[in-house]
Design a protein around this ligand. Structure first.
Ligand code: SF4
Ligand code: SF4
Length: 161
């Protein structure tokens, strides 16, 4: 079974700012972890408000829902004003998502020797691991993409829909 990166958002939220380091050979300033955390927040933590105040408040109209109703941020439009962070009534959005405008993560840094990734080694809360977990609703393990799983107590109503 292929191993996946698993991010435990329940531990993640105990940090004020993400300090996880990220190594990406082809791009000296990479913020892959922040990108993954943003994706996970919009996908699993966001309450998908009907009136979506985050979308309403965004000055350059950088936020919109995709076909599945998930809010997404257009990186080329966002000016990092963080108005959406302030207005979200559920604390879904965190300041550190918006410090970068072109994040990317492709698990590039897997170290065969240590069987680890730089992000895993530098997370002070131990919120990251590389394991053979599979998505499991009962254990609150959800699939973010083909290589990344997220542990999050997803909003119950979303699962009922
Ligand atoms: S931080 Fe970006 S996405 Fe959020 S309101 Fe400002 S411009 Fe819009
Ligand atoms: S305001 Fe917050 S909870 Fe509501 S749709 Fe926007 S990000 Fe999601």
């Amino acid at each position: 079974m292929a191993k996946k990166l698993i991010i435990d958002l329940t531990k993640c939220r105990t940090c004020e700012e993400c300090v996880v380091e990220c190594l990406y050979d082809h791009h000296p300033v990479n913020h892959g972890m922040k990108s993954l955390l943003e994706m996970a927040a919009f996908q699993f933590t966001c309450r998908r408000c009907e009136d979506a105040p985050c979308i309403e408040v965004c000055p350059p109209e950088a936020l919109e829902r995709n076909n599945e109703g998930i809010v997404e941020r257009a990186l080329n439009l966002c000016i990092a004003c963080k108005s959406c962070v302030t207005v979200c009534p559920f604390g879904t959005l965190m300041n550190h998502f918006f410090e970068v405008r072109q994040p990317i993560c492709d698990l590039c840094d897997f170290n065969e020797l240590t069987k680890s990734l730089k992000c895993i080694d530098t997370c002070p809360k131990g919120a990251l691991s590389f394991t053979e977990f599979v998505p499991d609703d009962k254990k609150h393990i959800l699939e973010l993409n083909e290589r990344v799983l997220v542990k999050e107590y997803a909003w119950e109503k979303l699962k009922q829909n």
